[in-house]
Design a protein around this ligand. Structure first.
Ligand code: LLP
Length: 416
């Protein structure tokens, strides 16, 4: 996270003082570092060296076109989960031959769009989806490349809401049923089974669950090969954790070293699809203190950003470091809360925070992944601006929404 740091007492993103951005575009605003995105991508790419591989970016983590363009131009692929993400990925310049499409509920329309773009693989998550894809491809005279997403029944040991590899989770095909489904796929005319996919969870801070899962899913690859299936792609998923606070997290190099024997055993092109690792620490959200108040035994800093702008603290009780823009700001113990009318609307609770005055801006760190991407207009709040920094330059990469955006598409019927 060196791209964000104090210089001469001021918090900078690369060569730009965050106070300059806060003044220029107002708050709340998301700020992304191009260098941090690039650094994380390269770190991942280099970790896989020696293996035929494709590093994909999980678009769900941050779909901003400038962020996507940054990664696409470095050669990254894209992991998408909706027709909307396909649209973004293609617009941003990702090569469709590097796009993989996951998700348990792809509609016929979404499958059609993916076929139209000739994406690399559909990560099929059920027998029913396989039939639907086969029929859709037949209708358009196409053949769809398919990876089977398998559920290895391994606990990712992450937050329950973002663990996806347990037996009872909705994701993937149970491992025990995968071989039969693969044999079935081989008999279908308009799908071609080319790969195996797994993804067991997000923000994983230990490698054991992933390695245990890889043992199972790469064994499956061996079994499928012995049954005559040509498995050209092995997608190990995403989920590598980042440091939000003081977590000790393994890096890409450790991940790939632990996984290498299993990955090598597949003889396939290895795909990984990381979102948070590339974008999480490449972004911060700027917010200003509107009021300070005391209530009961507590002190509150009331910010101009809330759970609609950054949902992670409210939804997962997630920790995001809060930094002052001026390094010498003394600490205080308080809650940093938003203006949204819910008691669950907070950015930090009962923590040591910068003792910011009314009007001061703060930086909510590690907000580049699942930050803006999960924002909403709840309480009819226009969503924040997004900014990208590159060296000593910066640009608005998404305008702050206006009130008119809030009612866009709404109609008052004639009978009213
Ligand atoms: N591949 C698949 C199939 C996924 O479902 C996900 C994330 C990823 C890759 C990327 O995972 P990552 O490398 O970013 O951990 N909103 C939550 C995270 C949800 C993750 C959903 N799937 C959060 O804010 O923590």
């Amino acid at each position: 996270m060196e791209e964000f740091g104090y210089r001469g007492g001021e918090l900078y993103c690369e060569g730009v003082a965050l106070s300059e951005i806060a003044r220029g575009v107002g708050t709340p605003a998301y700020v992304y570092s191009r260098a941090a995105l690039e650094g994380a991508y390269r770190e991942l790419d280099e970790a896989f060296s020696g293996l035929d591989h494709l590093v994909c970016f999980a678009v769900k983590a941050n779909g901003n076109l400038a962020v996507l363009r940054t990664l696409a131009s470095l050669g990254a692929g894209a992991d998408i989960v909706s027709g909307g993400e396909l649209y973004r990925a293609v617009r941003a310049g990702f090569d469709p031959k590097k796009i993989v499409f996951a998700g348990v509920g792809k509609t016929g329309e979404e499958l059609t769009s993916g076929l139209g773009e000739r994406i690399l693989t559909f990560n099929v998550e059920s027998a029913a989806e396989l039939e639907q894809l086969n029929e859709t491809a037949a209708r358009y005279g196409k053949k769809a490349r398919v990876s089977l997403r398998v559920n290895p029944d391994v606990d990712a040991e992450s937050h329950p809401a973002i663990s996806t590899g347990n037996e009872d989770s909705k994701f993937g095909v149970p491992l025990a049923e995968a071989a039969a489904l693969a044999d079935h796929a081989a008999g279908l005319r308009c799908v071609e089974l080319v790969g195996v996919h797994q993804h067991i969870g997000s923000q994983m801070t230990r490698l054991d669950p992933l390695v245990n899962s890889l043992k199972k899913t790469t064994d499956l690859v061996a079994e499928l090969k012995s049954r005559g299936h040509e498995i050209r792609y092995f997608n190990m998923g995403g989920g590598l954790g980042i440091r939000y606070n003081d977590e000790n997290v393994p890096g890409p190099r450790e991940l790939v070293e632990a996984a290498r024997p299993y990955l090598e055993s597949t003889g396939a092109t290895i795909i990984c699809e990381m979102g948070r690792y590339m974008a999480g620490n490449a972004g911060a959200m700027l917010t200003s203190v509107v009021y300070r108040k005391r209530s009961g035994h507590k002190s509150f800093l009331v910010a101009d950003a809330g759970m609609n702008d950054l949902l992670r603290p409210s939804l997962y009780d997630a920790y995001h470091e809060i930094r002052a823009l001026k390094e010498d700001t003394p600490p205080t113990t308080a809650d940093l809360v938003g203006p949204v009318c819910e008691s669950g609307d907070f950015l930090a609770q009962g923590r040591e925070l910068p003792d910011a005055a009314e009007g001061d801006a703060l930086a909510v760190m590690s907000a580049g992944a699942y930050g803006f991407a999960m924002s909403s207009n709840y309480n009819s709040r226009p969503r924040p601006a997004e900014v990208m920094v590159s060296g000593d330059r910066w640009a608005v990469v998404r305008e702050r929404e206006h009130n008119a955006d809030l009612v866009k598409g709404e109609l008052v019927p004639a009978f009213l």
